[in-house]
Design a protein around this ligand. Structure first.
Ligand code: ZN
Length: 235
């Protein structure tokens, strides 16, 4: 394994008044010296060349990065951010799987299967280092090989390298058997709520699903096959 210095990648964390910004930025040479910020907050002072937003969960800070013209995220992530925060997305969008040109760098995007529109970013620097930035990953099957990986490690157990969480889909599906009209599930408005709708529809239930307003707007906007959704207050 080569040190990052030999790979031509410098990870940095910007200081704020209170401490450090969340996540990192990568400095590298690709024709010129560039800085790509990874899932971090918008800077009022010095702008990076790109704010890469992997998906719309709040701990990836699209809420403030979305206000920069240098923001980059998938079409679905931009739509989710606009619904979640009621602001206009100011950056550029792409379809997951497309390549985008950022300051002359050919950046490829790949699905991470974590939320609707979630993606990884991949590019090479001047010395041929293959850099991959993933955010959260649900399934790595579509990700390319790389030399430098920036990923999330929030949910692992440092004492158990084999640590792996399985979703309890059996119990979820089991609870849908019987009378689905009488069941209530709790889920985050973006991500889990859409996954729950997908599983519920796959189970064969075609009736109305009640949701809070934000969750309903996200699901209707991002899932064309969600079918009938209603507000939980009965509107
Ligand atoms: Zn996430």
């Amino acid at each position: 394994m080569k040190p990052l210095f030999d790979l031509g990648v410098l990870p940095i964390r910007h200081r704020t008044g209170k401490g450090f910004k969340p996540h990192i930025s990568l400095v590298f040479n690709a024709g010129e010296r560039l800085t790509f910020a990874v899932d971090t907050t918008n800077s009022r002072s010095r702008q990076p060349d790109a704010y890469l937003i992997t998906h719309a969960h709040s701990d990836h800070h699209g809420k403030s990065a979305m206000l920069s013209e240098n923001a980059l995220c998938s079409e679905e992530t931009a739509q989710a951010l606009e619904i979640l925060y009621g602001k206009k997305y100011a950056g550029r969008t792409f379809k997951v799987g497309e390549s985008i040109d950022i300051c002359g760098v050919d950046v490829k995007t790949y699905p991470t299967h974590h939320t609707i529109g979630s993606c990884a970013f991949y590019w090479k620097n001047d010395v041929g280092t293959r850099i991959l930035v993933t955010g959260d990953v649900k399934d790595a099957k579509d990700l390319p090989e790389c030399d430098c990986l920036v990923t999330e490690a929030n949910y692992g157990d440092p004492d158990d390298p084999k640590c792996h969480f399985e979703d309890d889909l059996g119990a979820f599906r089991e609870s849908l058997e019987g009378s689905p009209n009488d069941i209530a599930f709790g889920a985050y408005a973006f991500g889990k709520a859409q996954r729950a709708v997908k599983l519920i529809r796959e189970s064969g239930f075609s009736g109305e699903i009640g949701k809070d307003k934000v969750s309903r707007a996200l699901t209707e906007g991002l899932m064309p096959d969600a079918r009938a959704l209603v507000d939980l207050d009965g509107d």
